[in-house]
Design a protein around this ligand. Sequence first.
Ligand code: FEO
Length: 172
Amino acid sequence: MIQKKIADMINDQINKELYSAYLYLDFANYYADEGLNGFAHWYEVQAQEERDHALMLRRYLIDNGVRVTFAQVAKPDKTFANHLAPLEAGYEHECYVTSLITAIYAEAFAAKDFKTMQFLDWFVKEQGEEEKNADDMIKKMQLFGSDAKGLYLLDQELAARVYAPSATGPAV
Ligand code: FEO
């Protein structure tokens, strides 16, 4: 049995992950419009991963007898001054998501809800990877993005990202 407060936080996190998917698709829209289809593809794949995160959280609640309820997904409202801006916004967003996962984890820890802690371990690790990926993107862009050839090659590199369903996600 999951405590109501923890179940509510996980339910909220479903919405946050769906918003993340929406946000990253918005980034993809921007890059596609700029002719950077590799960047757009990278964020389309990222959006798929975020949707997977939402589904994993949903499944965990369902499998633990919790009635899941959906809230409205917010409209992404960012405007971008340059090609670096979405990458910086992405890093900032991932740090925010990490803080949300950490808050749920802390609540589970306080409640000695070891099952939820074990479930969340995957997300804690994933957030570490997502922050690093976002930071790496910024560094690469700062190093190579101001040169047309460098930007072209970076776009090619990002076009190669392959979506892998989160089968490696937590067992629920
Ligand atoms: Fe689902 Fe990017 O955090």
